[in-house]
Design a protein around this ligand. Structure first.
Ligand code: SF4
Length: 371
């Protein structure tokens, strides 16, 4: 509870920043954009990867990489044409983009530029040890605007046990290089990797806050079919964290990042249409289709609890909230109500659309979820 009290105090200082509040409390969407963008995702499984990270199933998703001509045809025939959608960004997911040979990336970029114009922003994901001056020059030439770095953890033991093939020293170096080139940088961070602990994960978030990337993705580690982690799991050498623990840790991380004004782009597994990884590939681990909502629900529970405990005058009877936040305030399957009941607190939730999203009202007094 001490953690929450401290974090709510810090959060109050940021309340004037309405935009960030929106970014933080995004409910089901969990997106960072203040306006919706149409992103064309192109998945390049394991392409350019120098090794096989224990948790990653990209090598098994596709036994051989697509030939450049196949990828080009794929882009040409994508459904956006039928829907007449305006694509505002092209995002390459999967693999290690900066290690992919030019004879694959250049024809791909060529067809993208022909279809969407030379100014279309490109987003790529890559490893922190795959950035240097030559690669940066190539990125700028290609129109790359956003680079997502697969940081995963700042703990060297965790990186080693996950077979990342590099230690944490390259993360800051590559971030500085990308910053110098004026690129937006996101960190992809995982929790529950082999060797990870609560302290190590929180230390990773603290280091992230120190480095201030433009955004973060948070992913609880799942055991996926065909990965070395599946073998470790079957051999009882790896135990995934529970859904409860991963929700609590992500809630902590979300509050910490909010206080540091670092938005979270997404929590949980990437969508199947971005990665080719569907639910049928999950062997074990803290998977939930609405993981981000579970986290927001837990935050709202802690916020209400803190408010009740802090304000002795509050005669807790009913709590009003915006109807669009109902699933978050009540929790999935009314889990927040059950949590309060377990503590002997009987709370009734009422809808009031006069309230802003992320706010609740007790006895005519309004509170933001960040109080
Ligand atoms: S996690 Fe990233 S770097 Fe590791 S094998 Fe998968 S795609 Fe490659």
């Amino acid at each position: 509870m001490k953690f929450w009290a401290e974090e709510w105090e810090k959060a109050k200082k940021s309340l004037s920043n309405a935009r960030l509040r929106k970014l933080f409390f995004t409910g089901k969407k969990d997106i960072i954009m203040t306006r919706r963008r149409s992103i064309l995702p192109i998945f390049l499984p394991h392409l350019g990867c120098p090794n096989n990270c224990v948790f990653c199933n990209q090598k098994t998703i596709q036994s051989k990489p697509l030939a450049p001509t196949e990828l080009i045809n794929l882009i040409k025939n994508m459904h956006y044409k039928k829907n007449n959608a305006t694509i505002q960004e092209v995002a390459f997911y999967g693999g290690t983009f900066s290690n992919i040979p030019d004879d694959i990336t250049l024809p791909l970029l060529d067809v993208i530029h022909k279809n969407f114009g030379r100014d279309i922003p490109i987003r790529i994901s890559t490893r922190p040890d795959a950035i240097d001056d030559r690669i940066l020059a190539k990125f700028l030439d290609m129109g790359v605007k956003v680079v997502e770095l697969g940081v995963q953890s700042f703990n060297d033991d965790v990186l080693k046990l996950s077979n990342r093939g590099h230690d944490s020293s390259c993360i800051e170096l590559s971030l500085n290089l990308l910053r110098k080139a004026n690129l937006s940088v996101g960190f992809q961070i995982m929790l529950g990797l082999p060797g990870d602990t609560v302290e190590r994960f929180i230390a990773t978030i603290e280091k992230t806050i120190e480095l201030k990337p433009d955004f973060v993705r948070l992913s609880p580690t799942l055991v996926l079919k065909g990965t070395p982690l599946e073998k470790m799991f079957n051999d009882k050498k790896y135990k995934p964290i529970s859904i409860k623990e991963s929700v609590q840790l992500c809630a902590k991380a979300k509050i910490m990042l909010f206080n540091a004004c670092i938005p979270i782009y997404r929590m949980g597994l990437l969508l199947a249409n971005e990665t080719g990884c569907g639910q049928e590939n999950i062997v074990a681990g803290p998977f939930h289709p609405a993981f981000a909502e579970l986290v927001d629900s837990y935050i709202s529970f802690q916020s209400i609890l803190q408010t009740i405990k802090n304000d002795k005058k509050v005669n807790m009877v009913s709590i009003s909230h915006n109807s669009r936040d109902t699933s978050i305030f009540l929790g999935q399957n009314r889990s927040n109500i059950a949590r309060f009941l377990e503590m002997g607190i009987n709370i009734q939730f009422e809808k009031n659309d006069q309230l802003q999203r992320g706010w609740f009202q007790i006895n005519n007094k309004r509170y933001c979820i960040f109080h």
